[in-house]
Design a binder for this molecule. Structure first.
Ligand code: CIR
Length: 253
């Protein structure tokens, strides 16, 4: 169960955020409204939410998930592979220091973004992506083992982050799309397969028994509801334009 979350209000500079989606420039006013609704959804699931102020120096800073990993036993400040995002960790460190006694760090030449880390109880799958390298993964696994947890790597080729294409919904349910449905290490789970034309919904978020699903993916919503979850749909269209999904917008712990 999660009791708290951290989010960061989007900054005006988000219109200059990194993007490969080809869906146009996000509308800032709409994004702010969507972010407020997203925050309300987290609160509706019982989480106390710390809202960090917008940081105009970093267009992608609303995607807080990439700057840290919050585990039940320690926090890890990452070292984002995207150079324009690397210094997002400085203010994240300040926020995390007040919430965790144990704060670890990924160091150069390691790179790691939280979007590549999928938590399944005390095991963490780490995607090797354009943003997370083998050295970053090696450092994270060493940190996890120090705290009695484990990690392993998963290669990925088609998407930005591991969690772009796969989400763990607890109870042995793995929501997965495309290249991840056949991954050997995932066959231990009951795979809920997201159709390619609804691939964006593969990044959904289990929150204390409910699942946040992006609005506009009805077959995925129905499949998740059929698996026994209360589904809360949240419109994050403006964040999708920057390749961001539901999980990227918060850190849960
Ligand atoms: C980026 O390219 O870094 C941002 N525009 C999107 C980050 C999305 N984060 C995530 O999937 N965890």
């Amino acid at each position: 169960m999660f009791s708290e979350a951290i989010v960061r209000t989007p900054c005006r500079a988000m219109v200059n955020g990194l993007s490969s989606a080809g869906l146009g420039v996000p509308d800032y006013a709409t994004a702010l409204g969507q972010h407020r609704e997203y925050t309300r959804a987290l609160q509706a699931c019982g989480l106390k939410v710390t809202v960090l102020p917008p940081d105009e120096a970093f267009p992608d800073s609303t995607f807080v998930e990439d700057a840290a990993l919050l585990t039940p036993r320690c926090a890890v400040i990452t070292r984002p592979g995207a150079v324009s995002r690397r210094q997002e960790t400085v203010s994240m460190r300040g926020a995390v220091n007040s919430l965790y006694d144990k704060v670890e760090h990924i160091a150069a030449p390691g790179t790691l973004e939280g979007g590549d880390v999928l938590m399944v109880e005390e095991h963490f799958f780490i995607g090797l992506s354009g943003r997370t390298n083998i050295e970053g993964a090696r450092q994270l696994i060493a940190i996890l083992e120090e705290y009695g947890m484990t990690g392993s790597v998963i290669g990925l080729e088609e998407v930005l982050h591991l969690k772009t294409g796969v989400s763990y919904l607890e109870n042995g349910h793995l929501l997965a799309c495309g290249e991840f449905t056949g991954v050997r290490d995932f066959q231990q789970f009951q795979i809920l397969e997201v159709a390619p034309d609804e691939a964006y919904a593969a990044n959904s978020l289990w929150l204390n028994g409910a699942v946040l699903v992006p609005a506009g993916y009805p077959r995925s919503s129905a499949m998740i509801a059929d698996a026994g979850y209360e589904v809360l749909e949240v419109d994050v269209s403006e964040f999708r334009k920057l390749d961001g999904g539901l999980s990227c917008l918060s850190l849960r712990f």
